[in-house]
Design a protein around this ligand. Structure first.
Ligand SMILES: Nc1ncnc2c1ncn2[C@@H]1O[C@H](COP(=O)(O)OP(=O)(O)O)[C@@H](O)[C@H]1O
Ligand SMILES: [Mg+2]
Length: 123
């Protein structure tokens, strides 16, 4: 406990010192958080016949996160995985891998995407 208190006091003192020595008091920009590894933005998938696979799904998965996606049969879990390797393409919204909208990849780049995004299907 005592050690932690001392550590906090030292940090504040350091910040004060660096403010005094800075020529311009403008707050420094913080480094931006890297793009999510996986990002869906309002993604809708419609299968032939008008069956809805996903409807306006949005989520972020960041590097190092361990994420479980759960839901009843037919809620779109497999469809979600299929969007990540462009096995299905959204009718609306985007799928980004490491910040890149995969709809912008040329067809010849898709095998390279699939080498980076490993998937294992239940069958
Ligand atoms: N190839 C397909 N053709 C038509 N509808 C499909 C197809 N694949 C999935 N669907 C429909 O999309 C919805 C989501 O299915 P799916 O992603 O397989 O769900 P989950 O994996 O969560 O069980 C369901 O309503 C399902 O019937
Ligand atoms: Mg499934």
């Amino acid at each position: 406990m005592a050690t932690r208190t001392r550590a906090r006091q030292k940090t504040r003192a350091d910040e004060t010192r660096s403010d005094e020595t800075r020529s311009d008091a403008t707050p420094q920009p913080r480094p931006e958080r890297p793009a999510p590894i996986v990002e869906l933005r309002g993604t809708t998938v419609i299968y032939p016949g008008g069956h809805i696979g996903l409807e306006r799904a949005s989520l972020d998965v960041h590097r190092g996160e361990f994420t479980f996606l759960v839901g009843p049969t037919g809620c779109g879990k497999s469809t979600f995985i299929k969007t990540l390797i462009r096995e299905v393409e959204p009718a609306e919204g985007q799928v980004l891998i490491a910040g890149r909208d995969i709809a912008t990849l040329s067809p010849k780049r898709i095998p390279y995407l699939r080498r980076r995004v490993g998937t294992v299907f239940q069958d």
